[in-house]
Design a protein around this ligand. Structure first.
Ligand code: ADP
Length: 429
């Protein structure tokens, strides 16, 4: 027994006995004991009422004043109440933090009751599903997300699966939704915008289709020749010569495609360009010389204008690929004997590489798409001149990796200018 309880019982017994002894002088010992017990009960009742009044009052800091056993009791209740309040405050803080974190999640999150009524939703759920925490609490989720696939998913209750539906809020956006049961009967609905993944998948399929298409015709030509040659008893030298020449051309075409594909993959998968000093003037001199040779019988007049001594910080190999793609395009697409001007100059804290030709020009509608892989204005013309459809995609990637950008100016039947702008931070004076 607690010492204060022992003390209380002791006082009760002593008080009752003392009263009984006192009253026994008048032969009223029993009455004395009864009076003592009645006084004791009255005092305790008073404290009990004070305790109840205190417990029901809103201000628990006002502890009733009492000594002895009741004083200790009031004090203990007060301490317990203080501890409970502290605990509540801690819980409230954790809950607020959790709600803030859940509200900031990029995935839509909705808490549903077992009857699929909305109990809570975060901001992303509003963006993706149109569920607004202010207006929609207590509403059936199917009133807001009405897609038949979603309704069926909810009814079937097989929540190991995920489903994909169009966003009811954002046109052309795809969502994946999963329901996770938790607690006794609640459900957590999560949804994620997978539009970009779908786009990437579509781009990948398109890319594979394009590569297959590019490879199919040279392979068809090669196997056609091989089939014909295999079936011939004796092959005339001129026929064989023509066949070998054509086969060689097709093999070269495939090789160019594979080389460009490898270059593009490398640009897309390696983190960043090297940081070496590249002597642009020297690089362009050798490229222009090579371009004059490629021009051959077309006798283009290729001029090189170096107006800046600036060098570039980056990858020699990648910049070689960038410059040669643009110079070679000018040679491949321009009619014979036309003028092609290659320039390297500085302007407004930037270094500029520019190739200007007097070729067929490009209609404005095509210009924004030219750097897409396999985008060609005239596919036959591109292939005839040895194009892979990947040159400008490579140019775009190399420029991005060197913090630069491409400007294309062109006018039909007049010519084109491809301008690469490099920021000052990439140049070395
Ligand atoms: P390709 O291997 O087909 O040349 P590119 O990516 O280098 O591929 O170029 C994409 C398309 O841009 C070309 O198919 C062509 O239609 C157009 N093009 C590129 N450079 C020029 C140019 N100097 N003059 C006219 N058209 C050009």
């Amino acid at each position: 027994m607690h010492p204060s309880q022992q003390k209380e019982i002791f006082l009760l017994i002593i008080g009752t006995i003392s009263c009984a002894v006192l009253f026994s002088f008048f032969d009223l010992g029993f009455l004395g004991a009864t009076i003592a017990l009645a006084i004791y009960t009255g005092l305790n009742l008073r404290q009990l009422f004070r305790l109840q009044n205190w417990l029901v009052s809103s201000d628990k800091s006002n502890i009733p004043e009492a000594g002895g056993y009741w004083g200790e009791l009031f004090n203990e209740i007060h301490l317990m109440d203080k501890e409970r309040r502290k605990h509540q405050q801690r819980l409230r803080k954790v809950l607020t933090r959790f709600q803030k974190a859940a509200a900031a999640l990029p995935d839509g999150t909705v808490i549903l009751s077992n009857e699929n009524k909305i109990e809570w939703a975060n901001r992303s759920a509003n963006d993706l599903l149109g569920i607004n925490i202010r207006n929609d609490i207590g509403h059936q989720v199917t009133n807001l997300v009405r897609h038949p696939g979603f309704i069926q998913y909810l009814e079937q209750g097989n929540f190991n699966e995920i489903i994909s539906i169009p966003s009811p809020e954002k046109p052309n956006h795809s969502l994946v939704i999963q329901i996770i049961p938790f607690g006794s009967s609640q459900r957590l609905l999560t949804c994620r915008d997978i539009t970009h993944i779908r786009k990437l998948e579509a781009m990948r399929s398109q890319f594979v289709a394009n590569v297959s298409h590019e490879l199919r015709s040279p392979i068809t030509v090669l196997s056609g020749y091989l089939e014909t040659l295999r079936g011939m008893q004796a092959i005339k030298p001129d026929v064989l010569h023509k066949a070998l020449n054509n086969m060689h051309e097709q093999a070269k075409r495939m090789e160019r495609l594979v080389v460009d594909l490898i270059a593009l993959t490398k640009l897309e998968t390696t983190p960043s360009a090297e940081q070496k000093t590249v002597d642009v003037a020297a690089l362009l001199s050798s490229l222009v010389e090579a371009a004059q040779e490629i021009s051959g019988s077309k006798q283009h007049k290729i001029t090189l204008q170096i107006d800046s001594t600036r060098q570039l910080r980056g990858s020699q190999e990648e910049l070689y690929s960038l410059f040669s793609n643009l110079i070679n395009n000018a040679v491949r697409y321009s009619p014979e004997k036309t003028h092609i001007n290659v320039r390297w100059f500085a302007s407004n804290d930037e270094a500029v590489f520019e190739v200007e030709d007097h070729g067929p020009g490009i209609a404005a509608i095509h210009i924004p798409r030219l750097t897409e892989r396999f985008y060609r204005v005239d596919a036959d013309r591109s292939r005839e001149s040895g194009g892979t459809g990947l040159g400008l995609a490579i140019v775009k990637h190399v420029l991005e990796r060197h913090d630069g950008h491409l400007i294309i100016e062109s006018e039909l039947d007049k010519g084109s200018t491809f301008r690469c702008i490099f920021p000052n931070k990439r140049t070395i004076s």
